[in-house]
Ligand binder design. Structure first.
Ligand SMILES: C[S@@+](CC[C@H](N)C(=O)[O-])C[C@H]1O[C@@H](n2cnc3c(N)ncnc32)[C@H](O)[C@@H]1O
Ligand code: SF4
Length: 446
């Protein structure tokens, strides 16, 4: 049975920490990497084999498209993207976070990255204390890169390290040595980037407990403000997925990964890191990732670029994962005169839902070529499920006013199982519950 939606649906319409109260973010995606790591299923393609001039031309073409896409989606206004009838202001909220991710954004020349970040400031109202994160591969580090990012007001650099064990790096097909990330982090700091986060992966086949312990100790010694520690996930559509399927690569062992997770918690909390989300650790609350918190708090964000997702007031929309189709659609839209916006009433289907709820572009952008390849409007039950799944990932869980209606018996059951607890009215996962979040939420939403 779906949760009973309260008559006063304040959890959805007037949340304290979730939804619009969580801020407003902008995600921009760069779908290129020098080499595509065998485990990765992000929307990205290898350009390492291309002639430098060809790669450069592709980067410039993509940047022009990304900025044009930003302008077009922003110009349509929030009401054109929101579900019909949503109570939405006519202008975009002030952006509290910007995230330039990938792929490897730092493959783009520094002046190109600067153009992208300037375009965000030109198109949107950006908070003076905005968090701006750029993802970076260690081997792309340079003084020019970090100096440009610092000049552009970048507040966080998020760098993929994965491991400090050379044989694990080799298994993961990383193109850098164990020392490269440390030198890159030092250079970034010297160039004025205020905060650095390192991504680590545990449970790689062949990784020993000593390898993981050493990786954590070296990451702590690097003196960074934030660490993400991800269990290696095998995606069927990747080279790793195929090798595991053929028996050529061992599948990560669940028990081993659980032990690695415990070791990360122990060593990182001993070093002063706050374990604030399932996979994330910050040296104090000020260094949590504001942009990712926005996702976990069910907030609103624009998503620009190949494969990027956006969310506004219960409508989600996303762009094609094909770079070629993305470029063609944005370029065609640029030469197609915009038609008058169709407005909320015209967009509503017979059942009051927007016609694109089953897929297709958001209505505002449906009248011509668009890189947006799908959208959906979440009903109250789906939003309740999402609110719980995302909100329970964060250490302190959900504010009492933001908790969707729950069946008391279901809540009692997950509490008896030790998966969920309440503290001062907040609903949050126990340490055990973090690992079993999907099943806890399934039980809560019976
Ligand atoms: C979008 S990637 C960008 C990072 C950057 N391109 C790099 O690799 O240095 C963000 C992070 O996701 C993590 N990641 C990607 N695929 C993963 C997988 N299959 N399992 C676990 N973590 C993964 C890695 O830690 C990676 O650094
Ligand atoms: S992990 Fe990073 S470098 Fe490797 S393919 Fe994914 S995005 Fe590219």
């Amino acid at each position: 049975m779906p949760p009973t939606v309260r008559a006063d649906d304040a959890w959805l319409t007037d949340p304290v920490e979730s939804g619009p109260s969580a801020g407003f973010g902008v995600y921009l995606h760069v779908p290129f990497c020098h080499h595509r790591c065998g485990y990765c299923d992000f929307a990205t393609a290898a350009v390492g084999d291309q002639a430098p001039d060809d790669a450069h031309a592709l980067f410039e073409r993509y940047t022009a498209a990304l900025i044009a896409d930003l302008r077009r989606q922003v110009a349509a206004g929030p009401r054109a993207h929101a579900p019909a009838g949503a109570d939405i202001a006519p202008s975009w909220p002030r952006a509290t976070s910007v995230f330039l991710g990938g792929g490897t954004p730092t493959l783009l020349p520094p002046p190109t990255l600067a153009r992208i970040l300037s375009a965000v400031r030109d198109e949107l109202d950006v908070a003076t204390d905005v968090e701006i994160t750029v993802e970076c591969n260690p081997e792309t580090a340079s003084e020019e890169l970090f100096g440009t990012l610092a000049d552009q007001g970048v507040t966080r650099l998020s760098m993929g390290v994965q491991s400090f064990a050379p044989h694990v790096l080799a298994t993961l097909e990383r193109g850098h040595t164990a020392d490269t990330p440390l030198a890159a982090a030092e250079l970034a700091r010297a160039c004025g980037i205020p905060a650095i986060s390192l991504d680590l992966i545990y449970g790689t086949p062949g990784e020993s407990e000593a390898d993981w312990r050493d990786t954590l100790e070296r990451a702590i010694a690097a003196g960074v403000e934030h660490l993400s520690a991800y269990a290696l996930t095998i995606h069927a559509n990747t080279p790793f997925g195929r090798r595991v399927g053929q028996g050529a690569l061992a599948s990560p062992d669940d028990d081993v990964q659980a032990d690695r997770f415990d070791l990360a918690r122990e060593l990182l909390s001993g070093a002063g890191f706050e374990h604030y989300e399932v996979s994330n650790f910050a040296l104090g609350s000020a260094h949590r990732s504001r942009h990712n918190l926005l996702y976990w708090r069910h907030g609103d964000y624009l998503g620009l670029g190949v494969g990027a997702h956006a969310h506004l007031a219960g409508r989600r929309w996303w762009s094609t994962r094909s770079t070629e189709r993305y470029l063609e659609a944005v370029e065609a839209a640029e030469v197609t005169p915009p038609r008058a916006s169709t407005g909320g009433a015209a967009r509503a289907g017979a059942d009051g839902a927007a016609p694109a709820a089953a897929g297709g572009p958001t209505p505002a952008l449906a009248d011509g070529p668009t890189p947006i390849s799908g959208s959906e409007v979440l009903d109250a039950t789906e939003r309740a499920e999402e609110r719980l799944l995302l909100g329970l990932r964060v250490r302190e869980g959900l504010h009492p006013a933001d908790v969707p209606p729950l069946e008391p018996l279901a809540l009692e059951e997950v509490m008896d199982l030790g998966l969920i607890e309440t503290a001062c009215g907040r609903l949050r996962c126990t340490d055990r519950g973090w690992f079993l979040l999907d099943s806890a939420v399934d039980r809560l939403l019976v």
